[in-house]
Unconditional design. Structure first.
Length: 325
């Protein structure tokens, strides 16, 4: 497996007027891995995915694709090439497909636009892609319209459509949140198979920690526009550093955890607003571990354990704060 990251994000920032939707977000996506981006609604997860898909221009920061900064590229050929290599799967399988076009149309269109195969081989390639995502018999599925498919089948069509251009990165924005629980596992298994077979780097945006744990290799925990913890998912979930990560885990229904004496309790307070955020930690009003410095100084993202970082003055103090009298 290659260790070179096809997509590297540095200091990515997006402000909508006074709303700080994304602030100083950095990470990389590696081939053949799934990186989960988790957090509650309004944390900025989907905005990150849309920035990487070039649906928004960033306020600041860089998006490096194979070493080139593509965050503000305007030339059509470069944008088209980037979008063919970095594909987005939308949350809603019921709105992401054109209701008056067949499945065949949805998959053959990118094949023709990006000239992936000779014209005479398009139909054969459409059938191959449908088979690769478990939609059989392909000739029957290709002739159907979206309303004739289930939600799970529609998301499989969406995956086949992005695979048509042989992308190096897939941005999956809550791809299972609108599906029945019984169908979700099939989509997650498909994602894991595709990452291994095609060495694809996945960004899996979700609010569901159980799904993240099942499918991901690494995790980024996002709160109020910032990454507050990151690392290998098993390490982060087994021994979280940031109080917000601990609270997310405490909210997962688990009878065994409810009996634990060290179960962390959230302080009563307002959730951090993304509008004109104050200095200091954005989680301070809800944090049970908060100390005076938390409301005065914004904590940096510090590597407190090998490959595990957190943005917390208490559990991952920076050298600067430790030296402060």
């Amino acid at each position: 497996m290659s260790a070179v990251a096809p997509l590297e994000v540095r200091g990515l920032t997006k402000h909508f007027a006074r709303v700080h939707a994304v602030d100083d977000v950095s990470f990389e996506l590696r081939p053949g891995t799934v990186t989960a981006l988790v957090g509650e609604s309004g944390s900025g997860k989907s905005t990150v995915a849309r920035l990487l898909a070039r649906l928004h221009d960033p306020t600041d920061g860089s998006v490096l694709f194979e070493g080139d900064d593509v965050a503000r590229v305007r030339r059509r050929r470069k944008v088209l090439r980037y979008r063919s290599q970095v594909q987005l799967i939308f949350q809603d399988p019921f709105d992401s497909l054109n209701p008056v076009k067949t499945v065949r149309h949805h998959i053959e269109r990118p094949l023709r636009i990006h000239k992936m195969v000779p014209s005479g081989q398009v139909e054969e390639r459409v059938h191959e892609l449908l088979r690769s995502v478990g939609l059989v018999p392909p000739h029957e599925i290709a002739a159907k319209y979206p309303h004739e498919l289930s939600g799970g089948q529609r998301q499989r069509v969406a995956l086949a459509r992005v695979l048509a251009v042989e992308p190096k990165v897939i941005l999956a924005d809550e791809p299972t949140s609108m599906l029945d629980v019984s169908i979700r596992i099939g989509i997650l298994n498909l994602m894991m198979r595709l990452k291994q077979e095609h060495e694809i780097a996945f960004l899996f945006v979700t609010h569901d920690l159980a799904s993240a744990r099942y499918v991901a290799d690494d995790v980024l925990v996002m709160y109020a526009g910032q990454i507050v913890e990151r690392g290998p998912i098993e390490d982060v979930l087994a021994s979280p550093l940031h109080p917000y990560t601990r609270l997310l885990l405490a909210a997962v229904p688990d009878p065994a955890k409810r009996l634990r004496a060290d179960r962390i309790q959230e302080r009563k307070g307002l959730a951090a607003a993304a509008v004109d955020p104050p200095e200091g930690c954005r989680f301070v009003s809800r944090c049970p571990l908060a100390i005076d410095v938390c409301s005065q100084v914004t904590p940096p993202l510090v590597e407190a354990r090998p490959r595990q970082s957190a943005r917390c003055h208490v559990t991952a103090p920076s050298a600067l704060i430790e030296r402060t009298p």
